[in-house]
Design a protein around this ligand. Structure first.
Ligand SMILES: N=CN[C@@H](CCC(=O)O)C(=O)O
Ligand SMILES: [Zn+2]
Length: 402
């Protein structure tokens, strides 16, 4: 995770949205060998990194939850607010009563904020509908966002995010319903991944296993919100199933971390969530990297409850502060490892010949400056698929001349 190749005075040649050459300016000019250059972008000495990838968000939802702030700050635990019908369930109400267009427009604004932060690809989970109709509405909105916004949106079905009020006390029946939703979600190609909130008082390991096995049967790759609050065995389940990723993991056991490594599962850490919930506990990133050799990824967990921020740059700072990750590890975690956590590692996540030209430009003197100087946006420009979509810190209209 510390193997970052840095090139001073670098240049990148882009052809039809792909990286054709990368190296020093001289190397790239030599490689071009007099070929015609249609357009030149001067990055003005900025730091160029792969476009950042946010592999865990709850992007599409209705409403917001600032009314719960006082409860949270008074120390009422996250799961207690949920058990009282608030938390996720309050966002379920707001999402169910929003139209697809309203969900789309709200999420579009969030995508703009993410893009201005240097993010070029984002994963988006459903899970605030909790009925076949409302889950599909969220996923359809995500699909339209991916079609219409410069950012690429990758969808995860998370019907098992909470047990809806109408199934209170009947979790197994709700699990049946979620399993029954999967064939249609898969058939309509509304999601590539399936996630479950495996947590005490939400879905047990056994219920999570049932849903994720059914997801695999339908061609969806499993993800798990695992061991966030209690050490329930979510990481072990992720390892057993060979899930693509396991998220949160604050309470994961050594056995669980060993099983993640054995199962090729990517840990997606969400330091913004523990920060915003005011926890003194953090995911054991150092153990994951040093002892278990796990390829850690980082994400915002953007959602209206436990982590209302779209800022990957804040996450970088928190990964340094609370997870004790190095600047190099942080960059790997927000780029190539994040790409692999959403099955995009072959196309995205690094500035390499043949890959899609997704590049973020930061107005900073070096890599360590990114997690160091915090609370401001360092983005100068963003190139998505070979096109400048942010320049001089501004969003550009499609086909803008710069
Ligand atoms: N932990 C469960 N789900 C989200 C929170 C969603 C919410 O509170 O609305 C998370 O990843 O933190
Ligand atoms: Zn989440």
């Amino acid at each position: 995770m510390n193997e970052i190749r840095q090139i001073p005075q670098a240049s990148v040649a882009i052809q039809e949205g792909r990286i054709a050459f990368v190296g020093t300016e001289t190397e790239v000019m030599n490689a071009l060998n007099g070929a015609e250059i249609l357009e030149t972008l001067d990055a003005r000495g900025c730091l160029a990194t792969p476009g950042l990838i946010d592999p865990h968000t709850h992007l599409v939802h209705g409403g917001s939850r600032e009314h719960e702030l006082a409860l949270k700050r008074a120390g009422v635990p996250y799961l207690e607010i949920l058990a009282q019908g608030g938390g996720i369930l309050s966002t379920v109400q707001a999402t169910r009563s929003a139209s697809e267009q309203e969900l789309y427009e709200k999420a579009y604004q969030s995508l703009n904020i993410m893009l201005l932060q240097g993010v070029t690809t984002v994963e988006a989970k459903s899970g605030y509908g909790l009925s076949i109709e409302a889950e599909q509405r969220q996923l359809r909105a995500a699909k339209r966002l991916s079609d219409n916004h410069p950012l690429e949106v990758v969808s995860t079905f998370m019907g098992a995010h909470a047990v809806p009020a109408e199934y209170k006390g009947k979790t197994n029946e709700y699990v049946d319903l979620v399993c029954g939703m999967l064939p249609q979600i898969a058939q309509l190609r509304l999601a590539e991944f399936c996630d479950v909130f495996c947590e005490k008082g939400v879905f047990t390991v056994e219920q999570s296993r049932r849903i994720l096995l059914e997801a695999q049967r339908n061609g969806l790759l499993p993800k798990i919100h695992a061991d966030e609050i209690e050490s329930l065995g979510g990481a072990e389940l992720a390892g057993e199933l060979g899930a693509i990723s396991a998220e949160h993991l604050l309470a994961a056991s050594d056995k669980g971390l060993g099983m993640l490594a054995a199962g090729g599962v990517i840990p997606v850490l969400l330091p913004g969530t523990s920060f915003n919930l005011g926890l003194n506990k953090h995911a054991r990133a150092r153990d994951m990297i040093d002892k278990f050799k796990l390829p850690v990824a980082l994400a915002t967990d953007y959602n209206p409850g436990s982590c209302p921020t779209e800022s990957m740059q804040l996450i970088m700072m928190l990964a340094s502060l609370n997870l004790k990750m190095t600047p190099e590890e942080i960059l790997a975690a927000c780029s190539i490892n994040a790409a692999n956590a959403i099955a995009r590692g072959d196309r995205l996540g690094s500035i390499e010949v043949g890959k899609q030209a997704d590049i973020a430009l930061f107005d900073v003197p070096n890599l360590a400056y990114l997690p160091y100087h915090f609370g401001i946006n360092h983005t100068y420009g963003v190139i998505k698929n070979g096109q400048a979509v942010v320049w001089e810190r501004q969003l550009l209209a499609p086909n803008a001349n710069i």
